[in-house]
Ligand binder design. Structure first.
Ligand SMILES: C[S@@+](CC[C@H](N)C(=O)[O-])C[C@H]1O[C@@H](n2cnc3c(N)ncnc32)[C@H](O)[C@@H]1O
Length: 262
């Protein structure tokens, strides 16, 4: 089975579980809760009236949370189950959004300078074999002057969880359950690729984007790994010899307007 088919099947299976989970709290979202965290809300600021492309949007909670703040949203995800649920939620809450079922690498190659923001977050990059292609797709999708906001688990966590820190051409193939509290006993096969921060930033620079900020964070808003401790309310850490591991990194990168091109 090729890697894309393997991951599509795995994410279809996971999504059906996630929709029923307390972790994702669909009922709370429908009632009006936002699924967005202070970190990404601060990075993007006021999105009202802006066109936002959400890559790897899962079943649309973050996408529709941005839409509730006034963004015009396009969400892209590989999983037909996730995209069907995102469309259903959009209709249920009466907030329009476009949801596309596609591989983000293929989508990016067809994209053409339409978006003010590209947003992607929390467990996205490890599913992608080729960050040069990913970054080129983001550069294609952004308007001149538009920006990428990435919030991602720190690759040090991949190492801690038994995966490669550095990129390898061959995927790590692993049988995994999922990270929500209602994970059943059965697992699915997934193909994953490690990406160091250096590799990610270099891919964006090579695609012509300008790095505006890069930060590392000592906690995650999600309790999604065994052994996490709540260091502050809603802030979960993994400790190594008493010190917090780097949990997340975030960056903003801008596509220069033609006059600003180096
Ligand atoms: C951990 S989830 C992203 C989490 C997201 N921030 C959320 O709303 O919870 C990863 C998503 O990436 C999607 N995905 C994996 N490989 C993909 C690919 N090649 N193209 C598009 N989506 C992909 C999966 O279907 C899944 O929905």
């Amino acid at each position: 089975m090729d890697h894309l088919t393997m991951n599509r099947r795995g994410w279809d299976q996971r999504t059906a579980i996630h929709i029923e989970s307390k972790f994702y709290d669909v009922a709370g979202f429908v009632a009006g809760n936002s699924s967005l965290n202070p970190l990404e809300l601060t990075l993007l600021g006021d999105v009202c009236g802006l066109r936002l492309l959400h890559l790897q949007c899962h079943f649309g909670l973050d996408s529709l949370s941005w839409a509730r703040l006034g963004a015009e949203i396009t969400g892209v995800d590989l999983s037909p189950v996730a995209i069907a649920q995102a469309r259903q939620l959009s209709a249920q809450i009466g907030i329009p959004a476009e949801f596309v079922c596609d591989d983000v690498l293929a989508f990016g190659q067809r994209a053409s300078a339409e978006y003010d923001w590209v947003f992607t977050s929390y467990g996205a990059l490890c599913w992608l074999p080729d960050l040069a292609l990913w970054a080129q797709g983001i550069a294609n999708a952004l308007k001149p002057g538009g920006r990428l906001a990435l919030v991602e688990f720190h690759p040090a966590i991949d190492l801690h969880q038994g995966y490669s820190y550095f990129h390898q051409r061959e995927a790590d193939v692993a049988e995994e359950g999922t990270y929500t509290e209602n994970c059943p006993g059965d697992t699915a096969a997934f193909a994953l690729w490690g990406h160091s921060i250096g590799e990610t930033v270099t891919a964006l620079l090579t695609a012509g984007l300008v790095l505006e900020q890069l930060q590392e964070h000592d906690s995650s808003p999600y309790r999604c790994f065994d052994g996490m401790v709540e260091a502050r309310p809603g802030c979960f850490q993994l400790l190594q010899q008493g010190h917090p591991l780097p949990m997340l990194y975030s960056l903003v990168a801008r596509k220069p307007a033609p006059s600003q091109a180096p």
